[in-house]
Design a protein around this ligand. Sequence first.
Ligand SMILES: *Cc1c(COP(=O)(O)O)cnc(C)c1O
Length: 342
Amino acid sequence: MKEIDLRSDTVTRPTKGMLQAMMTAQVGDDVYKEDPSVNELEQKLADMFGMDEALFFPTGSMANQAAIKLHTQPAEQLICDKWAHVYNYEGGGVSFNSGVSCKLLDGDRGMITAEMVKENINPPDFYHSPLTSLVCLENTTNKGGGACYDIEEIKKIRKVCDENSLGLHLDGARLFNALVKKGEDPKVYGKLFDTISVCLSKGLGTPMGSVLIGNKDLMENAIRVRKVLGGGMRQVGFMAAAGIYALDHQVERLAKDNERATQISEVLNQLSYVDKVEPTETNIVIFYLKDTSKETEFMGELSKANVRISNMGQGKIRIVTHHDYTEEMHQFFLKTLKVISL
Ligand SMILES: *Cc1c(COP(=O)(O)O)cnc(C)c1O
């Protein structure tokens, strides 16, 4: 059996069809906005979400950071969950790039509520505290174990944002996993958020690339901010073509990743040495061992079977299913879990 890499859904290789699409892509200099494949990808995503514009970025972090810059002025504050990627995993970019601080909320599996947002907006006329100007949500949540928001809660958060003149950004790195899971229409998200970032390099399986989608008023400056961050790219249509291919051929199959994660979660729940498994909604499984001192032994047993997973610290162990995790690997992994004894 080949190595089974369940550390992340970013470990995938492009499929034959994707490589073919890349090889035959029409390209041009995207800094001049003359790359037809990039233009097509951007238009496709803007249309899909019913928003005015979209812009291709090398990474999801850069797309999020650009969005935060577009929504805020230095010394202002954004509101997000304590586990948010924008706060924890983007190298402190919120303060470095935008000079903005984060008000961290103690949400449920990375998700916050309208009520919590409302309670945490600094009074705009109280000049001692930073001016709250933006709310960032994550769907699905990464550190929260692939949890999906209830769209009704997002509508309530939108209302609070409108009442308080706050921007609303969605870190949708794995939004397609949520859309497939819930059978939701991207246009509903396009109506609720001012900006949305989506990753093509996670479940969708491209080698690189994220897209920031938004309406004209905010997106007008996006290309300038991307330039400042060093994200102006040339014949990057080869990568955009991979994105177009993924959107056409590799979205529906995310249901498989979601389903296999649920099956892994069910098996873990039955194991004597597992303490708790977080509810599994999409392609991420987070769980804890009863005896956390046995984490190394557990990971060692798995690696003997050529299976890699990640230890996120604080007792959290994470498994992520993806395109290159086949049914054969899945069955082997489930069997392997059942015979490990700690
Ligand atoms: C992966 C990820 C991103 C973007 O990360 P990059 O590695 O910069 O592409 C953003 N948000 C979440 C929740 C993610 O999981």
